[in-house]
Design a protein around this ligand. Structure first.
Ligand code: ATP
Ligand code: K
Ligand code: MG
Length: 676
């Protein structure tokens, strides 16, 4: 991550937020937030009454009304400021992305000629050539060649990544730079629909829509506002009937204190900041809904290779069976791997070199390469002389050999099992109906996995490891990493089946993936995190993309989602509890103002009715900016079960929410009382 992205709020962002706070006063924009809209309307009424007291036949104290007006105005401005500040970093980031997007020229291939055209003219399906030093003019897939690409413009990561035709590392992003070699790219997006365009829209929050959770909460806040509005509006006539004179600005002050302005003012900032936290983490969430869903996840599906383990499964040993030799196992393994571009395949050839073994490579000439497929769990080559060479998962190779009338050497299983028990992956090597031996693929569990899974368990999240590997290896790695369940010998479609099974039980499921065959499962999952290095299909199916291509990040994304939901819950509790406390300050004051004999009601022994009302109103306003840091950073929490967490939060934010205003209002009153 680059420093620019990491930089916290700087003065430019704050300055812009201050300006935006005033722009956001526009009532049409304000209507999106009904609670604050009511405050704004109240502010306008008080202003009119201050400016034209004659019209309202108010016998009033202009000084008091003017003070109320300013406090109300600041209440609205503070809420606007919270939202503007939360948007700030995204807007700044969008600006810098727009700068990288500036016009790029493309070497477009039309037939056999190359034409230089502006990147804006490129359409889906166009073919371009990008050489060393040039910018990639649009999103696409490498169809020829291999190059290292500097993707720091989007990922912030300065180390270049290798992009090559075929496989899962072939997708490139417009605006990134080729720093070595030359690639031919097929463009996969039309202008305005590129990854950078989507990223700009996303960080700018241009298309931000309320999430289902936010909508539900907004409905609650609007209902509360309506109830209090009705109460306060009817209070006027009732008081009039009783011959009690209640001034309109006092009623408005009462209303504003009662309606949930704290959460109303911070709600959208909390949502934006949550999205922002995910973005700073180099994960692009396609919607706020995805981040929230992450907070509600019950089940997490994880890959073994590359997610829980480092994934650079390297051949470390050739183990002969049935009386064969290391040389023959190695030779056939190598012949079957000559064109296998997977890390496993390449490592076989490297092991040959390391062991100083030779393979008669000419045997492979003119043969037909059989690519590794997760479905068959084998790869190899059909030689020109008719012999078929295969290497792959032991059970798959056994079945293949038996189907051709071959026999399984007696010592195969024991050797295979001992590799698996150590957490390694055994690959069997066979030619036609004869098994020569095993390749020992070594892989290691990433450090710290157990602690992270413990944390997930404490949050009540179940982890399921899905792997194409054999049950023994799977069990060993599962035990070592501490996942709750595992599914071995799983095919890509098995992932969808697990996701559906969990969802049928009413659970929300998260998963990560990068291959085209992961795309359906990524789409089926409630939270699908695709790797940026992955295929276009995977990235389109997912609702999040990890720019650093670290599948284990799903764990942190879930934590951020949880934190977002908790922050919203905590501040809602705090806000509503707060309003109850203000009630005790302002209601007695109103009635004492009208009937001085009622001064026994002054439970908080505030200076005067006027100062009580103003103090409650000032507290109501300044609590918003005071809570901005909490709204932006999210509440701190320890992973624990949802019910326990809820109880704790109600205790802290509910009771805290009742006590804090009593102290706050009392302190403010001490000062205000001196002034009025
Ligand atoms: N290049 C290869 N050639 C032959 N067989 C392979 C090759 N790569 C993997 N295999 C075998 O196929 C099995 C399935 O591989 P696949 O990549 O689908 O799953 P995996 O990597 O083991 O698990 P995960 O789903 O956790 O990534 C492996 O366990 C291994 O036995
Ligand atoms: K309030
Ligand atoms: Mg794999």
């Amino acid at each position: 991550m680059n420093a620019k992205r990491k930089s916290m709020l700087n003065s430019a962002i704050v300055g812009r937020a201050v300006k935006d706070s005033f722009i956001k006063l526009n009532p049409i924009a304000m209507m999106k937030n009904p609670v604050m809209f009511v405050v704004e309307v109240g502010t306008a009424i008080v202003l009119l009454m201050t400016l034209f007291p004659g019209y309202f036949n108010a016998k009033d104290d202009i000084g008091f009304n003017l003070t109320v007006f300013f406090i109300l105005l600041f209440t609205v401005l503070f809420a606007n400021f919270a939202e503007a500040l939360a948007e700030g970093r995204g807007k700044a980031q969008a600006d810098s992305l727009k700068r990288t997007k500036k016009e790029i020229t493309a070497n477009k291939m039309t037939g056999s000629t190359i034409k230089v055209v502006p990147s804006t003219e490129l359409r889906k399906g166009d073919i371009v050539i990008v050489s060393h030093g040039e910018m990639i003019p649009g999103d696409g897939e490498v169809i020829e060649g291999l190059a290292s690409v500097d993707e720091s413009a989007i990922t912030g990561e300065s180390a270049p990544v290798i992009k090559e035709a075929g496989g899962d590392f072939g997708s490139v992003t417009g605006g990134t730079r080729v720093v070595s070699d030359r690639i031919v790219v097929r463009i996969t997006s039309d202008p305005g629909e590129s990854f950078i365009d989507r990223m700009i829209a996303l960080v700018e929050g241009a298309k931000r829509q309320k999430t289902p959770n936010e909508l539900a909460l907004s409905t609650l806040l609007v209902s509360l506002t309506l109830i209090f509005l009705i109460v306060v509006v009817t209070l006027g006539p009732i008081a009039g009937y009783l011959d009690i004179d209640l001034q309109v600005p006092v009623l408005i002050a009462l209303l504003v204190c009662l309606i949930p302005t704290t959460i109303g003012g911070l709600l959208s900032a909390i949502g934006i900041a949550g999205m922002d936290r995910v973005t700073q983490f180099n994960v692009l969430a396609m919607s706020g809904k995805a981040v929230e869903a992450a907070g509600d996840i019950n089940t997490m599906i994880l890959d073994k290779t590359g997610t829980i383990t480092f994934g650079n499964r390297m051949a470390s040993e050739f183990i002969p069976v049935g009386g064969e030799s290391v040389q023959s196992v190695g030779e056939w393994a190598a012949i079957g791997s000559l064109q296998d571009e997977t890390p496993e395949g390449r490592s076989v050839l490297e092991l040959m070199k390391k062991l100083k073994l030779n393979a008669n490579e000419s045997l492979a000439a003119g043969g037909e390469f059989i690519e590794f497929k997760a479905e068959t769990r084998m790869s190899g080559i059909d030689l020109k002389d008719g012999r078929k060479v295969r290497k792959g998962a032991v059970d798959a190779v056994k079945r293949w050999v038996v189907a051709q009338g071959g026999a399984v050497p007696k010592d195969l299983d024991s050797h295979g099992d001992s590799i698996a028990r150590e957490g390694g992956t055994p690959l069997a090597v066979a030619v036609d109906n004869r098994i020569y031996g095993l390749i020992y693929l070594k892989d290691t569990v990433k450090p710290g996995m157990r602690e992270r899974f413990d944390e997930l368990r404490r949050m009540g999240i179940k982890t399921i490891m899905c792997t194409g590997d054999n049950p023994l290896t799977a069990a060993t790695i599962a035990r070592e990493a501490g996942v709750d369940e595992f599914i071995a010998e799983s095919k890509p479609e098995d992932k969808i089946a697990v996701i559906r099974r969990e969802q049928a039980e009413g659970k929300l499921v998260a998963m990560t993936g990068d291959g085209t065959n992961d795309a359906p499962a990524l789409a089926q999952a409630d939270v699908g995190l695709a790797m940026n290095s992955g295929t276009i299909a995977a990235k389109e199916a997912a609702n999040m993309v990890d720019l650093d291509s670290d599948p284990s990040k799903i764990i942190e994304v879930v934590s951020i989602g949880k934190q977002l939901l908790m922050t919203r819950g905590a501040l809602t509790t705090f806000s509503i509890a707060n309003d109850i406390a203000k009630y005790f300050a302002i209601i007695p004051a109103m009635f004492i103002l009208a009937i001085p004999e009622m001064s026994v009601l002054n439970v908080m022994s505030l200076g005067s009715p006027m100062s009580a009302i103003l103090s409650a109103l000032i507290f109501n306003a300044i609590i918003i900016p005071l809570l901005i840091p909490l709204a932006m950073k999210g509440v701190a929490y320890k992973p624990m079960k949802a019910t326990k967490l809820l109880r704790r939060n109600i205790l802290v934010y509910g009771i805290g929410g009742v006590i804090v205003p009593f102290i706050g209002i009392k302190l403010i009153d001490l000062v205000v009382h001196l002034l009025v």
